[in-house]
Design a protein around this ligand. Structure first.
Ligand code: PLP
Length: 432
């Protein structure tokens, strides 16, 4: 059939010409891509063979307002026709990016009111690492340059972001990392010991996701961030919250860190700010930091991406944030998120091979019982079963964990959540 031959053509071209992020290149040559997606609507994706699947990870933890939203297409078209792009380097500007920076300031906690825009999360984190070093330098402490991050954190793949990431596979892929990055585990003592060992006067910043996403949806220990905030204050260490996944409602508050009652010095963001309809990210800094950067300047802020403040992406972000507000999606996260966690607990009761379940807002995980060290993880088998039953979910198997991760679109309703829970349960039962 023509459909079949289109698929075959695309598979061949994909194998020959396309390098996939975090792919197994050899396996792709053997099997080709699993899905060639063609359409999306709401929480569903459709592929070239007509399969309809629940997208329980919002694609890559980002399509928060769901697929196929015409309002975003319209706003992008309008902005592209008027002014698709112009630089905001130096002293140029345009209305969409000014409006977006002002809107972001309404979403952020405390006095985090000034934004530097990027095209995504990795760039935002590299921007933050360079900014904190610059900040300490102009304040007369150039030796304060080390960055502390947590094991199992994911901060992206630019050189700084890779170096901050606490997942080993991303380190061993390349032979050397950026210097001056250090890792702690999730205990307050680990942070205290590292500061003691390295010296606070050599440390620029601590970075953490409010809830670790790619590392397996790991919630912080009780009281962790309050303690970390205190330690950072006592030692003149800046606190960067990587809100790339948690920002813009995923945990049930504007930003994830608000769940833990602390205000960071810097927020990095991406994904949910546009729900994936255009690539955009950013770094938001406090007015205190902004003032220092202005007052103690040595000249220019020598950092910027061609697409910093992309006009079309900014217009799309504004519309996306308007939709999150108008449709009260954060309220929805709190209702359906509770349902998700209760559903996971029910799944745990049904299945002896479920070790623990956890979640906050619409970010959740089911960890599977660790069999003996030599046993194969069962997560990938469950994921394959779920695909057969019409659900996309992700298996995370770093660091001896065997976990299923979930981050459905924030628009998911209670019926759809029931479907999701039922399929997950059936899929776990099927591989027992
Ligand atoms: N930080 C976090 C917490 C992320 O989850 C990601 C991406 O998954 C990134 C940073 C990197 O963002 P990007 O892939 O847009 O560069």
């Amino acid at each position: 059939s023509p459909k079949q031959s289109l698929k075959e053509e695309l598979v061949e071209l994909d194998k020959k010409h396309l390098i996939h992020p975090t792919s197994n290149m050899k396996q792709l040559q053997e099997n080709g891509p699993t899905f060639i997606f063609t359409e999306g609507e709401g929480i569903y994706l459709k592929d070239i063979e007509g399969r309809k699947l629940i997208d329980s990870l919002s694609s890559l933890w980002n399509v928060n307002i769901g697929h196929g939203r015409k309002e975003l297409a319209e706003v992008a078209k309008e902005q592209m026709e008027k002014l698709a792009f112009t630089s905001i380097f130096n002293n140029w500007s345009h209305e969409p990016v000014i409006r977006l920076a002002a809107e972001v300031a309404k979403w952020t906690p405390g006095d985090l009111n000034a934004t530097f825009f990027t095209s995504g999360g990795s760039e935002s984190n590299d921007t933050a690492f360079k900014t904190v070093r610059h900040y300490w330098k102009i304040k007369g402490q150039p030796e304060k340059k080390k960055i502390i991050s947590r094991k199992l954190s994911y901060h992206g793949v630019a050189m700084g972001a890779t170096s901050a990431t606490g997942i080993e596979q991303f380190h061993t892929f390349t032979t050397s990392l950026a210097p001056d990055f250090h890792y702690v585990d999730s205990s307050v003592d680990s942070l205290k010991e590292l500061i003691e060992k390295e010296g606070a006067d050599t440390i620029a910043a601590f970075i953490s996701e409010p809830v670790q996403g790619s590392g397996g949806v790991n919630l912080p220990p009780e009281g962790y961030f309050q303690e970390v905030r205190k330690i950072c204050d006592e030692n003149n260490i800046l606190f960067i919250a990587d809100e790339v996944i948690c920002g813009f409602g995923r945990l049930g508050t504007n930003f994830g860190i608000e769940q833990f009652g602390v205000i960071p010095d810097i927020i990095t963001m991406a994904k949910g700010i546009t729900s994936g309809y255009a690539p955009l990210g950013g770094m938001v800094i406090s007015e205190r930091i902004q003032k220092e950067l202005i007052d103690k300047t040595e000249g220019n802020f020598w950092h910027g991406y061609t697409y910093s403040g992309h006009a079309t992406a900014a217009a799309v972000a504004l519309k996306n944030l308007e939709i999150i507000k108008n449709e009260k999606l954060i309220e929805n996260v709190n209702v359906v998120g509770k349902q998700m966690l209760e559903g996971f607990k029910w799944i745990q009761e049904q299945n002896s091979n479920v070790d623990n379940v956890r979640g906050m807002g619409l970010l959740g995980a089911i960890s599977l019982e660790k069999a003996s060290n030599s046993a194969e993880p069962i997560g990938p088998k469950i994921v394959a079963k779920a695909l057969e039953k019409g659900l996309i979910c992700r298996s995370v198997i770093y660091d001896g964990q065997d976990t299923l991760a979930f981050a459905p679109p924030l628009i998911i309703n209670t019926n759809q959540m029931e479907d999701m829970i039922a399929i997950v349960n059936e899929s776990i039962q099927a591989v027992k």
